[in-house]
Design a protein around this ligand. Structure first.
Ligand SMILES: Nc1ncnc2c1ncn2[C@@H]1O[C@H](COP(=O)(O)OP(=O)(O)OP(=O)(O)O)[C@@H](O)[C@H]1O
Ligand SMILES: [Mg+2]
Length: 224
């Protein structure tokens, strides 16, 4: 089992107000799955992804990633786990504006202390896999939205993490570019990587093999 979420709660306190962003969420995800997370705005989707990605800690409950209990890890250990196991794809691409496509893709390898030569060849390969071999020197502002998202996917893939987390990866794209991105995600999943993807789009969610539906921080549906 790759992921185990056991009675996860996330509570935000803003002065007097307490917001239960996640309330008793439990699920498990096996290696190689393609899971869609759906739910209305504010239902806790990004909160789940942030916890899955070790960017936030739950208020209570137990999160095991690759059979490791994240609760017992300090921030450094969590960062190391994140760098080696997880690739992120965001709705707004999150590329660094002053860095070329190639340099953006190289970033996770910089954090992993990979040498310059190897960094470059791995990144060129990843950009090739997303069909951008002829755009490696472009800045994000010189790329279309679909191309920027493909750079972001290359960046998520470059150190071959077993888990890809995507928060509305097609949310800012026209339907054609969205289809291309979905095709890429399917290919990546076919190669054995686990994908967990947030979407508002039922048509996109239907392409995943499993659906987790959220409402008010609670899981209301858990197919498969
Ligand atoms: N840092 C924070 N401090 C306080 N409340 C927060 C914080 N982050 C999120 N929340 C609240 O937690 C709830 C869940 O937020 P979350 O971002 O997970 O929703 P979401 O399902 O991703 O919504 P959307 O579809 O709009 O992106 C919301 O009510 C939100 O206002
Ligand atoms: Mg969100």
């Amino acid at each position: 089992m790759l992921i185990s979420f056991d009675r996860i709660r996330k509570i935000y306190r803003l002065s007097e107000i307490e917001i239960k962003a996640l309330d008793d969420a439990s699920f498990q995800i096996e290696e190689g799955e393609f899971v869609a997370i759906m739910g209305p705005s504010g239902s806790g989707k990004t909160t789940i992804l942030n916890i899955l990605g070790c960017l936030a800690r739950p208020s209570s409950g137990e999160y095991l990633l690759d059979n490791k209990n994240t609760e017992q890890m300090n921030d450094r250990e969590l960062a190391r786990l994140r760098n080696s196991k997880i690739g992120f794809v965001f709705q707004n691409f999150n590329l660094l504006p002053r860095f070329s496509a190639l340099e953006n893709v190289e970033l996770p390898l910089v954090y992993a202390n990979v040498g310059k030569k190897a960094r470059e060849s791995l990144s060129l390969k990843a950009l090739g896999e997303v069909g951008l071999s002829d755009r490696t020197g472009h800045l994000p502002s010189q790329l279309s939205g679909g191309e920027q998202q493909r750079v972001a996917i290359a960046r998520a893939l470059v150190n071959n993490p077993p888990l890809i987390l995507a928060d509305e990866p097609t949310g800012n794209l026209d339907s054609n570019s969205g289809r291309e991105i979905m095709k890429l995600l399917h290919n990546i999943n076919y190669q054995g990587n686990t994908i967990i993807m947030i979407t508002h789009d039922q048509g996109i969610a239907d392409q995943a093999r499993r659906l987790i539906a959220l409402k008010d921080g609670k899981i209301v549906k858990r197919d498969g």
